[in-house]
Ligand binder design. Structure first.
Ligand code: CUO
Length: 663
């Protein structure tokens, strides 16, 4: 890593230290005193945006520092976008960073954090900069009340402490069996980063950058989250999640047991609540908008604002539909199709005080950091996912010519765990412990002696494994290997036809291969998965590594492709059962030279793009031009005809054990 980069990385970390308190770092406060964006208007792409934000500051209209920022609140969001325009529109790094320092203590901390993070993620000159884990910057959004309280006690009494965090709820609530998934801090972090990489308010006309297949990614990433949740449920003897309906009871309640930084509690929802009309949005509105979306899907056409029609029934249809269902900013016709998904989040968040009579703060559903803790999150997303399924089912099933790769036959597939006692085609999952450092969050800058305060959480993990795939090629060819996993039996213990199970397929990997003439043994490590990212470094470790590297020790590697978005690698496999649970593993090889749409891109370059599967790319085109989830995204008429020789299915058992197996 070169010196300029390291300096930037360090500045970013220093800026986010003790975010809830005013800056004290002398280097940064010096910037604060010497820089004002108004005096540097020529250094911004859009000087009017700078004036707009300054006006918000000087007229006292900005959200108070101790208020609760919600991205779904139009006023909060507009202010955040105003700040984002300043940060994103600064013409050089220096101006960007000084503007960030200048605005930090003027703005609500989480509003600032969001605008700043999205700017870092989208600025060319911040490529490779690593943001500290959000759960160490704003731990209130990730941890439960008891843990945060104990952390403050530890700080007051200066007693080093390791605080165990339990999953919320009790054994009397069957939903608690899958709380380890919805409450996993890594998964929440993935989800919130996905929404920072692909903001629902993003307008390419305004911010310059066209995001490739954003609507389709919205569909696919959430589709995968739901599929994963269902697989976890089956691993715990729970039926798959039911879609939420606007006029039916929300059967499961939810008690987040968490408190905002300002002391207000996240509202809890008792069992069997009904949705209620909000002052600005009724249940009837939701139904009307959804009816229009259903009409569009059924007719295969979307209406534009000038009464034109755009066809949906093609491979690009899902992208259009994804944008239209998610939010209004990227919809072709926001007045007509509304913003069904975003409004669903808000309806759920405010369900216990819909008329805002009691001034309840927003629920977990209003923040991407906290949303998946509520089982109703998956119910909402199943509802949305069913709309996408309705659309996909309208498309003609793939013809044999689209499925086969005549030069290639998969002869065998084996999955091998790398732990000592591993049996082929059987993989082990287990729970391990991870520490979340709370020092940064509870300590004040002026406190000389920091004490060690950590929360310890239990997390799902799995043994490392590899796929060994024997592929015969009639001539040298390049292929893309696509790997999917699905439970073999449904909740009733029945085998499902492929046309049913395919919608619950979990994508495990997706990678290019070069095949020689004859038999090829392709080995691929689970750690290289295209849908996951490794465990991120904690704040202190990151800071330490950067400081060491500045002093000349090479402990920090600069990676310009670094992604924060990506499923935590630990969660790659569903839990399975103690006695073993059977899954089916589908492997498909397709023709690289037909599928890749980024002409000239080499397989190695594709390999260097992490978490492509659920997170796409930050700029430019997604290399694989096939629809996400291909070839299982469309109806399967005949299972026998569908499985051409370039595909192979094997059974795989996943066993959940108490102790981490010996490697
Ligand atoms: Cu990610 Cu609804 O889109 O939470």
């Amino acid at each position: 890593a070169d010196a300029t980069f390291l300096k930037r990385q360090l500045q970013v970390l220093n800026l986010l230290r003790h975010l809830n308190q005013p800056l004290t770092d002398p280097e940064l406060t010096a910037f604060k005193d010497s820089f004002s964006p108004l005096n540097n208007l020529n250094k911004f792409k859009d000087p009017a945006a700078v004036r707009d934000f300054v006006e918000l500051v000087t007229t006292g209209k900005l959200l108070e520092r101790d208020a609760i920022f919600s991205l779904f609140n139009p006023r909060h969001r507009a202010q955040m976008v105003a700040l984002f325009k300043v940060l994103h529109g600064a013409v050089d790094y220096d101006t960007f960073f000084k503007s960030a320092v200048w605005s930090r203590d003027l703005t609500n901390p989480r509003q600032f954090l969001y605008a700043f993070s999205v700017a870092v993620l989208h600025r060319e000159d911040c490529r490779g900069v690593i943001l500290p884990p959000a759960y160490e910057v704003t731990p209130h959004m990730f941890l439960t009340t008891d843990v945060v309280r104990k952390a403050y006690q530890a700080k007051m009494t200066r007693t080093p402490m390791v605080i165990p965090m339990r999953f919320t709820g009790s054994v009397n609530n069957p939903e608690q069996r899958v709380a380890y998934f919805g409450e996993d801090v890594g998964m929440n972090s993935h989800h919130s980063h996905w929404h920072m990489d692909f903001p629902f308010w993003w307008r390419s006309e305004e911010f310059g950058e066209q995001k490739d297949r954003q609507g389709e990614l919205f569909f696919y990433m959430h589709h995968q989250m739901v599929a994963r949740f269902d697989a976890e449920r089956l691993s715990n003897n729970l039926p798959v999640v039911e879609p939420l309906e606007w006029d039916q009871k929300i059967v499961e309640g939810f008690a987040p047991g968490a408190t905002y930084e300002n002391g207000q509690e996240f509202p809890m929802r008792p069992d069997n609540m009904n949705f209620g009309d909000l002052p600005w949005l009724t249940i009837q509105d939701m139904k009307i908008v959804e009816g229009r979306i259903r009409d569009a899907i059924a007719s295969g056409f979307v209406k534009t604002t000038d009464a034109g029609l755009i066809s949906l029934n093609n491979t690009a249809g899902i992208d259009l539909l994804g944008g239209l269902v998610e939010s209004s900013a990227r919809s072709v016709n926001p007045m007509f199709y509304g913003q069904l998904h975003n409004d669903g989040h808000v309806m759920l968040s405010k369900v216990t005080d819909p008329q805002q009579r009691y001034g309840m703060p927003p629920g977990v559903m209003e923040h991407f950091e906290t949303a998946t803790r509520d089982p109703a999150f998956f119910r909402l997303h199943k509802h949305v996912d069913n709309l996408f399924k309705m659309h996909k089912d309208q498309l003609p099933p793939y013809a044999a010519s689209e499925l086969e790769f005549p030069e290639v036959t998969i002869e065998a597939v084996k999955v091998i765990g790398t732990c000592k006692a591993s049996t082929p085609n059987q993989l082990i999952t287990y729970f391990d412990e991870s520490h979340i450092d709370l020092k940064n969050a509870v300590h004040a800058e002026d406190q000389k002696q920091e004490v060690d305060i950590k929360a310890v959480v239990s997390r799902l993990n799995h043994e490392p494994f590899k796929y060994v795939i024997t592929i015969n090629a009639k001539k040298p060819v390049r292929g893309i290997v696509r790997v999917f996993l699905t439970p073999k039996f449904n909740w009733f213990g029945q085998q499902m036809p492929l046309d049913v199970s395919r919608w619950g397929f979990i994508e495990l990997d997706h990678f290019p291969v070069s095949l020689q003439h004859g038999d090829n043994v392709v080995t691929r490590s689970s750690a290289d998965s295209a849908v996951t990212i490794p465990e991120p470094r904690g704040f202190s470790q990151l800071m330490g590594d950067v400081q060491k590297s500045i002093r000349g020790e090479q402990v920090f590697t600069y990676d310009k492709y670094y992604r924060h978005c990506g499923f935590p690698h630990r969660l790659l496999l569903p839990k399975g059962k103690p006695e073993g649970m059977t899954y089916k593993l589908y492997v498909v090889v397709t023709d690289y030279d037909k599928d890749i749409v980024t002409a000239g891109m080499k397989p190695e370059e594709i390999e260097s793009l992490p978490s492509l599967g659920y997170c796409g790319v930050m700029d430019g085109k997604i290399p694989d031009g096939k629809p996400m989830g291909f070839p299982f995204d469309r109806r399967v008429v005949s299972e026998e005809q569908f499985l051409t020789p370039n595909m192979k299915v094997v059974d795989l058992t996943i066993k959940n054990v108490k102790q981490k197996p010996i490697e």
